[in-house]
Ligand binder design. Sequence first.
Ligand SMILES: Cc1cc2nc3c(=O)[nH]c(=O)nc-3n(C[C@H](O)[C@H](O)[C@H](O)COP(=O)(O)OP(=O)(O)OC[C@H]3O[C@@H](n4cnc5c(N)ncnc54)[C@H](O)[C@@H]3O)c2cc1C
Length: 392
Amino acid sequence: MDFDYGPEAKAFRAQVRQFLAENHDPEVMDPTREGMAQLVDTPARRAFMRKLSERGWIGMSWPKEYGGSDAPGMFEYVLNEELATVGAPLIGKGVGIVGKTIMRHGNERLKKEFLPKILGAEIEFAIGYSEPNAGSDLAALSLRATKTEGGWVLNGQKRFTTSAHFADWYWLAARTDPDAPKHKGITLFLVPMNQKGIEVVNMPCLAGERTNEVFLDDVFVPDDYAVGEVNKGFYYISEALDFERFTLFTVSAFVKKYEALRTYLRTATRDGKPMREDPEVRRVVARLATRIEVCKMHCLRVIAKAARGEVPNIEAAMFKLWLSQTAQEVAEAFITLAGPDAVLRRGNEHAPVDGRFENYFQYSVLETVGAGTSEVQRNIIARRALGLPVQN
Ligand SMILES: Cc1cc2nc3c(=O)[nH]c(=O)nc-3n(C[C@H](O)[C@H](O)[C@H](O)COP(=O)(O)OP(=O)(O)OC[C@H]3O[C@@H](n4cnc5c(N)ncnc54)[C@H](O)[C@@H]3O)c2cc1C
């Protein structure tokens, strides 16, 4: 069996690397934040995404009839790997969650209005699923959509909506039928973020990241901006999450962090002795090296299944779980091995490896929460792969 990406994907990777070298821009890319969230929140980053679009790299995996090039999903994954490695924003929510759902289930008006703008990198979305009492158990969401003439009126609260403070449109899930079983009374809507009645409140969180609470007070949405069939939203959300887990978590950027740890250990000393000769250090690094090889294999399994046109649900759960837990181990290993200096922030002259690990140590906690917590991934594996009963 050949554990590889294949020659076409390798050639594409080389093209992307060349493009990124030619378009290096410190306002867009931060190589010390490889693999961490880089939002399309500034004019420079928006302009960069438009350059990707001009190359035909936004929506490559979309069918030709919608302006894509029918490329296998692996190409999008490779693109994201390279973007993450230089600390640039990734192609994400618009192409994956929003675009793919509209293509499959949206009405003609939504297709006409949103798909070209997504391909042209002209539009940014915020995803509003989580609420104060709905996260892992998303079907418990209670933001209410009440039917009125020509549309719906939304009232309630979302929590943890990343990007809400700069996005153009809000892709949100609301309860349209409170009497139906909880998975069957939810509908997806598209709402302009500047619509009257929407208030966005900053929620600063770990690692200096920003997410938001969003309050909706009598926000009107026309019927045409309900996505797909009313009350089928939960089904569409589950389908799209499988796309998200596939493209949002990349291996290469995180391998680069592990390489930074190794580079540090090659020359670092403790009590006058090279750390690389310390049996405990060698044990830790060998363990991480093995875990990283397993990450790569999980990733290739996801890619292989997607390439066969199947949904890599269990594989993506295993990949996300293993990758995010290993990411934590890498960050923790650095802090433990490098000692007190490792907790110094970037900018401090004594901080090893430019102080990258202080921030990454915090960030690696977020990775085990976003797009489904580790416990949720384990539940998916237990239920779908092993057939074990799981209580929700
Ligand atoms: C930085 C950040 C950005 C985010 N961005 C967005 C966004 O843009 N849009 C959005 O909609 N959401 C976003 N989220 C929300 C994220 O998806 C949820 O936080 C996550 O799904 C967990 O839900 P919760 O916070 O309600 O925790 P809970 O579901 O209340 O979970 C609490 C704890 O209980 C565990 N748990 C829950 N259920 C089970 C179970 N059945 N079995 C075992 N253990 C369980 C969880 O693993 C967790 O440890 C973001 C979160 C963070 C931290």
